[in-house]
Design a protein around this ligand. Structure first.
Ligand SMILES: [Zn+2]
Length: 245
């Protein structure tokens, strides 16, 4: 007798195949199996903090930190309407119980990336601590979506040489940003300010930091996409922004 697999696992695999990304045999695979899912070489980006992509094309990568949250589906809806893609830096522990949301991100064509297991600051952690918080999150993302990612964003953009080296050894890429909506709750910006700051700071090759939990960010998003598209920008995933050629 052959055990039938769940439909979500099958469609996730099909999607991963379409995107020429490898699906590991098991979510519990060892770190070496978690390498190079994009199918192209990101070596030049490893071992440092990547803050922007090539400026040759008019491409911008929007990134949404700290989810999954009650707003993830709303963000996806706006992206769908605009046929835009983005990267969601999920906190591993927050995916528990929200696996379907993570899978929806991948189905929409966007990607789920790694924002540590518990939103811990990487700076000052030991090698083993950095490895664990990132590995657990990688495994959770693969378990939920069937798709690998190669990108890690440290909390607050703060990391040290130890964290950079561990991430490099895991075959992953540390990602910061060069543009932002300045939309943390602490910064307390209005919808209009978030829209204006994001559009002003974003340029060709930009990696843009946004926070999906802020309802003002979600409200600003349609206008942000309208304006960036009007300026001729294509909204892409980080994997697409950093893809060679
Ligand atoms: Zn964060």
């Amino acid at each position: 007798m052959t055990a039938s697999r769940g439909s979500s696992a099958e469609s996730a695999e099909a999607l991963a195949f379409e995107r020429k990304r490898s699906v590991p045999p098991s979510p519990a695979a060892d770190p070496p199996a978690l390498l190079r899912p994009t199918g192209y070489d990101l070596r030049e980006y490893r071992g440092k903090m990547v803050r922007r992509g090539p400026s040759g094309g008019r491409r911008v990568a929007l990134t949404f930190d700290d989810g999954p949250s009650v707003n993830t589906e709303k963000v996806l809806e706006v992206l769908r309407e605009h046929r835009a893609k983005a990267t969601f830096f999920f906190v591993g522990g927050r995916i528990l119980g929200k696996e379907a949301v993570a899978l929806d991100v991948v189905r929409q064509g966007s990607e789920v990336a790694n924002h540590t297991w518990s939103h811990v600051e990487l700076k000052g952690l030991s090698e083993a601590q950095v490895e664990k918080t990132i590995r657990l999150t990688q495994e959770e993302i693969v378990g939920a979506t069937g798709v690998q990612n190669e990108f890690v964003r440290p909390r607050g953009g703060a990391c040290d040489d130890t964290a950079l080296e561990v991430v490099r050894r895991m075959g992953l890429v540390m990602v910061g940003w060069d543009a932002s909506g300045h939309d943390t709750f602490k910064e307390d910006k209005t919808v209009e300010q978030i829209e204006a700051l994001t559009v002003r700071e974003a340029g060709a090759g930009s990696i843009v930091l946004l926070h999906e939990m802020n309802p003002s960010t979600v409200r600003a998003l349609p206008a942000i996409l309208d304006r960036l598209e009007a300026e001729g920008y294509q909204l892409v995933t980080l994997a697409d922004l950093l893809r060679p050629g």
